[in-house]
Design a protein around this ligand. Structure first.
Ligand code: NI
Length: 205
């Protein structure tokens, strides 16, 4: 259907966020993970191989020494993804330069069938010039959502299907492991502060 009302789409996205929020509150994670506890920190992430918005192959080793700031979503998402990506862009832009240059923000699609590199390229450019978009085969994206325990479920048929998905933002440390996890309702200011704290805590290790 070409005329699916955007309010319905928005509602589906919201329901997904609320469902995942409930999961989150029930013990999936903590608002702020202890950076150096070593507990649970290694449970998320791992090796991956995807392509970026220019069709170039990338892996988890493509940004040596950098923290990866990951967000999962899809370019047809009516509201949740734009809000999340705007927030990431705002937090990233507010970081002191010495911290910002250690951070690589990444948008990873949960809709590889529609989100080709050519689709991702103009989309990510809407948010921040440093944002990189990643896609891959259906299997490669499933591997990613497994690695990061991302909920992503197609909803509806035809060309205009939705993808309900969780909306966490992950900060991965350069040495691997989770340095911080942000819920969808975090403010840009809190995200910025927690990124700075995580980077500073690491530099003291
Ligand atoms: Ni979305």
């Amino acid at each position: 259907m070409a005329t699916r009302p955007s309010s319905v789409a928005w509602l589906l996205c919201l329901i997904a966020v609320l469902a995942v929020g409930a999961l989150y509150l029930s013990g999936f994670g903590q608002k702020r993970l202890p950076v150096s506890s070593g507990i649970a920190v290694t449970e998320l992430g791992g090796p991956f191989a995807l392509v970026n918005q220019d069709g170039k192959k990338v892996t988890e080793k493509s940004w040596p020494g950098k923290y990866l700031l990951l967000y999962f979503g899809f370019t047809h998402c009516p509201d949740v993804c734009p809000l999340g990506l705007n927030k990431i862009a705002e937090a990233y832009a507010a970081l002191p330069q010495d911290v910002a240059r250690q951070i690589q923000p990444l948008f990873i699609t949960v809709d590889p069938e529609r989100d080709t590199p050519a689709e991702l390229k103009p989309y990510i450019a809407l948010f921040h010039p440093k944002l990189i978009g990643l896609t891959g085969s259906v299997q490669e994206i499933e591997h990613m959502t497994d690695l990061f325990k991302v909920y992503a479920q197609k909803q509806g048929g035809g060309k205009d299907y939705m993808v309900n998905h969780s909306a966490f933002t992950y900060l991965l440390a350069p040495k691997g492991g989770l340095a911080a996890l942000f819920a969808h309702d975090v403010s840009a200011e809190d995200m910025e502060k927690q990124i700075i704290a995580a980077v500073k805590a690491d530099s003291l290790d």
